[in-house]
Design a protein around this ligand. Structure first.
Ligand code: 13P
Length: 227
C-alpha cells in the first residue's frame, strides 16, 4: 500500500530560484504518493507531479485582501491543501475557520490535509492529548464529507525540535482518529527524518508523513520518499 508523504516547506526558501531548484532535486518516485507544498506564491512556478498549498481562504473571490482561494489553487492544478497547521493556529486561526476551509476545498475537489495536534511536552498524558484532539476535530470536521479528508497528527512539542513521538503513540492516536471520526487516512508529522521515517511508515494505521525541516534537504527527503 502506497503511503502519502507531504513536504511542508513552510516559509522557505526565500527565492523562486531556490524553490525551483529544490523541487527539481526531489525524485519522481512511484513508491509513495509525494506532495510538495511550497509557499503559495511559488505554486505556479514550481514543477512537481503533485503540489499542495499550505493554506487557503474559504471564499472563492471578492473583497478579501491577501487571501488565496480554492478556485485559484484549482486553476493552478494544485491537488492538496494543508489546513489548520499549528503554526497558523498559533497566530489565531480557529477551528470554526478551519471547518469553513475544509468545506470550501472539498467543494472544489482539493484534498485537505487537516493538521491537528497538541502537547507542550513529550510527557503529555495520552488522555489529555485525545481530549484536545476531540475538541479540534469535533469542530473541524463538522458536516464535512470525510471520504477524501486526510488528517495529519502533529504533536506540537515534536515540531522542529528533533524530538519525534514514539511509534506507539503515533499509531495509537491514528487509531483513535480513524475509529472516532471515520477518517480514512492519518499522517504523522513532527521531526521526521531519514532515520525515523521508516518506523512510522511501518505502522499499520499511519498512512504517511507530513515533513517539515527534512523536506528542505533534497538528499534527506529523497531518502524518506523512497523508503
Ligand atoms: P518538522 O518536520 O520540521 O518537525 O515540521 C513538522 C511540521 O510542522 C510539518 O507540517
Amino acid at each position: 500500500m502506497k503511503k502519502i508523504i507531504a513536504a511542508n516547506w513552510k516559509l522557505n526558501p526565500t527565492t523562486l530560484k531556490d524553490a525551483q531548484k529544490l523541487a527539481a532535486s526531489i525524485t519522481r518516485t512511484k513508491k509513495n504518493t509525494v506532495v510538495l507544498c511550497p509557499p503559495n506564491i511559488y505554486l505556479s512556478q514550481v514543477s512537481y507531479p503533485l503540489l499542495g498549498a499550505q493554506d487557503c481562504f474559504w471564499q472563492d473571490k471578492g473583497a478579501f485582501t491577501g487571501q488565496t482561494s480554492p478556485l485559484q489553487l484549482k486553476d493552478l492544478g494544485v491537488k492538496y491543501c494543508i489546513v489548520g497547521h499549528s503554526e497558523r493556529r498559533a497566530v489565531g486561526e480557529t477551528d470554526g475557520q478551519i471547518n469553513f476551509k475544509l468545506r470550501a476545498l472539498l467543494e472544489h475537489k482539493i484534498i485537505p490535509i487537516l493538521c491537528v495536534g497538541y502537547g507542550t511536552s513529550v510527557d503529555q498524558d495520552d488522555l489529555e492529548v485525545v481530549d484536545v484532539l476531540r475538541g479540534q476535530l469535533d469542530v473541524d470536521l463538522k458536516d464535512v464529507n470525510l471520504a477524501s479528508v486526510i488528517v495529519a497528527y502533529e504533536p506540537v512539542w515534536a515540531i522542529g525540535t528533533g524530538h519525534n513521538a514514539t511509534l506507539e503513540h503515533a499509531e495509537k492516536i491514528s487509531i483513535f482518529i480513524k475509529a472516532k471520526y471515520g477518517v480514512k487516512k492519518v499522517l504523522y508529522g513532527g521531526s521526521v527524518n531519514g532515520v525515523n521515517a521508516g518506523g512510522f511508515l511501518s505502522q499499520q494505521h499511519v498512512d504517511g508523513l507530513l515533513v517539515g525541516g527534512a523536506s528542505l534537504v533534497a538528499a534527506q527527503f529523497n531518502e524518506i520518499i523512497n523508503i
